[in-house]
Write a protein that binds this ligand. Structure first.
Ligand SMILES: Cc1ncc(COP(=O)(O)O)c(C=O)c1O
Length: 443
């Protein structure tokens, strides 16, 4: 397959083999989130956004595995390095208990591992004075550990935002406010208060702005005279720099300024969840880099291939044994991939590419003015089209798939588009043509 000339080619989807795979999978699998019957064939050709499914259909993947494959399929920088690397056994190093070397010297070995990944992560968070990382296995664990380290500051309460998604472990799910299924009936950590996530255009209509003593629900609650929560009791507030599951909502600037003010006045730790919006997706390394807000903790995962809780050393516990995870740094390949992905972002100016190609996609959408799209949101290559109804969104996702374009739903009636960070001009045009065709067909 040559990425420069590849085009989606679909005979029938889902086809016979895909159906068999899906049926087989579900004989053993607990119900989870399955979006559609697309079965990627890892033994067949794939490059950049193009991949081949089990029935030989060539598809264009504009989901990047929900931002978990930021460089798309078979990126040569990653694959060539992996080819050089004779896999060893054990491939997993019992994380925090053992050290490994991938060559010499530690600062620049031939094969970067967990230590080099942490080194790079502190480089890309140094603007926030972050110097310490805890690696884990997933986004939920990165959040779980953010919760734990913030509890160290003494408080036991937290603020989260309407529409939030932070993962499915018990601590993380207590902070979710997007879909009912995430929390319904499960025990939750106590003391979590939810408030609106303001993404209003001009006039605030979401309830963030209040006539109370603080002018917003958090400051009202923490107000020294009239508030009901002692700021000392608050361990953290947590927000996504752009809401993911909640519908790709970009925060309003004034709302962000209010949060910065709350951090300053009440000394509340700000945790920014970058699990979906980070790793260059928005055109900055972290979504929070667009905002006038200083995070105390950043959580990352997905495209990083492992979970990471990043902060200043004074926020982390000093005592050993408080944080640990056997497979925390993933296998030897995971940390290597995370580190190489960060390198590729820098080396190939993929932040600049995310800005440029994101602009191109938005311009195409504005020019096409597709039917029944009521809003277009996002930043960089994190793009969302909101439809008039949920049914319409679902029909468009399906119609796009039939044409060979993979997209995803989010929020209630929003469709998200997440091309790889190195997507080309031709590929954006191809993908947008397929999307508009699908929208027209559904209309
Ligand atoms: C913003 C955000 N936080 C946390 C998570 C949880 O990550 P994981 O599924 O790796 O546990 C996700 C996953 O979609 C996410 O989008």
């Amino acid at each position: 397959m040559d990425r420069h000339s590849a085009e989606p080619q679909v005979r029938e989807i889902p086809s016979e083999k895909a159906k068999r795979w899906v049926e087989y999978h579900h004989q053993f699998s607990a119900p989870s989130t399955y979006v559609y019957e697309f079965v990627w064939d890892i033994t067949d050709e794939a490059e950049g956004p193009f991949c081949t499914d089990v029935d030989g259909n060539v598809l264009m993947d504009f989901t990047s595995h929900v931002a978990s494959a930021p460089l798309g399929y078979n990126n040569p920088k990653i694959v060539d390095k992996l080819r050089e690397f004779d896999l060893v056994d054990p491939t997993k190093i019992a994380g925090q208990d053992f050290y490994t070397s991938g060559g010499w010297p530690p600062e620049d070995p031939e094969f970067p591992g967990p230590a080099q990944l942490m080194d790079r992560l502190t480089d890309v968070t140094s603007q926030y004075d972050m110097d310490t990382v805890f690696l884990s296995n997933s986004g939920a664990e990165a959040v779980e550990n953010a919760i734990k380290i913030c509890y160290q500051s003494g408080g036991h309460r937290a603020f989260t935002f309407d529409g939030a998604f932070h993962g499915r472990t018990l601590g993380a799910l207590s902070l979710n406010r997007s879909k009912r299924a995430h929390r319904k009936g499960y025990p939750e950590i106590p003391g979590v208060v939810s408030v609106p996530y303001c993404s209003c255009d001009d006039v605030c209509e979401c309830g963030w702005k209040t006539n109370g003593p603080g002018g917003n629900p958090i400051a009202d609650k923490l107000d020294p005279e009239q508030g009901v929560i002692d700021p000392e009791e608050v361990a953290f507030l947590i927000l996504e720099s752009v809401q993911g599951e909640g519908g790709y909502r970009v925060p309003n600037e004034e709302f962000v300024r209010d949060l910065a003010d709350i951090r300053e006045r009440f000394d509340v730790n700000v945790v920014v969840d970058e699990i979906q919006a980070g790793m260059g997706r928005t055109g900055e390394m972290w979504g929070v880099d667009h905002l006038d807000l200083e995070p105390d903790v950043i959580t990352s995962a997905k495209g990083l291939r492992v979970g990471a809780t990043i902060s200043r050393s004074d926020v982390f516990p000093e005592e050993t044994g408080r944080l640990s995870s056997t497979w925390g740094a993933g296998d030897v390949v995971s940390s290597l991939q995370g580190a190489l992905t960060l390198d590729a972002i820098e080396e190939h100016d993929l932040l600049g590419n995310a800005v440029e190609r994101g602009r191109q996609a938005r311009e195409r959408i504005a020019d096409a003015d597709p039917a029944n799209v009521v809003d277009v949101r996002g930043r960089g290559l994190l793009i969302a089209l909101e439809f008039d109804t949920k049914e319409r969104r679902e029909a468009v996702v399906e119609a796009a798939l039939k044409r060979g374009l993979l997209t995803l739903g989010c929020g209630y009636k929003t469709l998200r588009v997440l091309p790889p960070l190195d997507v080309t001009e031709r590929e954006i045009d191809l993908g947008m043509d397929l999307l508009f065709d699908a929208i027209e067909d559904v209309a």
